[in-house]
Design a protein around this ligand. Structure first.
Ligand code: PGA
Length: 250
């Protein structure tokens, strides 16, 4: 596990973007596993900036997103499809036909989930998976449970997640109750993983995820078993780890 600490959100975004940029330097046609939420917004902004400066080329990149809400049309400004286009894809030279998100409106959810896993395999797997972390310890929308889920599946969101995400909606009751998410096996099969966290609110869960027991009750804890895990956080998000395990922070 490599833990990279930045002073603040700007530094955090730059360092996390550097991990993505390095991946593209090593492999032009990388398959990127992408994440949504507040955490990676600055990372996408930095990547867009470097693209506009001619430093990055996304023309042969493919992408698969972690998750999508069930029941929101793509045009909804709360869908992750909309988020990805608005915050990243439309600003860079990625071929949108090579970008993939689960379809939260699929009539046959099981078939959609299977097709998503088949798509990931057909792409040759994920080279670098970006992850935020939820207050519940979720990665993607894999909420705390009894057994690590394997492939893409439908989940019922934890009330803490609904509460946290209600900041993007008119009210808490507007937050979809379900989502489709890549499973833990799909995430762990990525060749490299970049876990990102910023802000004090993530400090305790980051400590549990990276220093506590590996358990499906803290889904992100499974990342301790990944051979190429890069953790990028700001000082606030890494403060509990620093206090209890300073040797990990360096
Ligand atoms: P956030 O969400 O980046 O909006 O904090 C992270 C997550 O829920 O995975």
């Amino acid at each position: 596990m490599n833990i990279i600490v930045a002073k603040d959100y700007a530094g955090f975004s730059e360092k996390a973007a550097q991990v993505v940029a390095s991946q593209l330097t090593l492999k032009k046609n990388s398959v990127l596993g992408l994440a949504t939420g507040s955490t990676p917004l600055g990372v996408y902004a930095k990547l867009i900036q470097w693209y506009k400066q001619g430093k990055l080329d996304f023309s042969s990149v493919s992408s698969v997103n972690l998750d999508e809400y069930v029941g929101l049309p793509r045009e909804s400004d709360q869908s992750y499809y909309y988020y990805m286009n608005e915050n990243f894809f439309k600003h860079i030279n990625i071929d949108v036909s090579r970008t993939n998100l689960p379809n939260g409106l699929a009539a046959d959810v099981e078939a959609e989930c299977k097709a998503y896993d088949t798509k990931i395999k057909a792409l040759g797997g994920i080279d670098l998976q970006l992850l935020g972390i939820g207050h519940t310890g979720h990665i993607g929308f894999n909420e705390p449970c009894e057994e690590f889920p394997k492939g893409t599946h439908r989940v019922t969101l934890d009330h803490k997640t609904i509460e946290a995400n209600s900041r993007f909606f008119a009210s808490e009751k507007d937050v979809p109750k379900q989502a489709l998410t890549m499973g833990i096996q799909s995430i762990m099969s990525a060749k490299a993983v970049l876990l990102m966290a910023n802000g004090e609110g993530k400090a305790e869960i980051m400590y549990k995820a990276l220093c506590g027991p590996v358990t499906p009750k803290v889904p992100a804890s499974v990342l301790q078993l990944h051979e190429r895990l890069y953790v990028v956080g700001d000082e606030a998000a890494l403060s509990v780890i620093k206090e209890k395990h300073p040797e990990l922070i360096g």
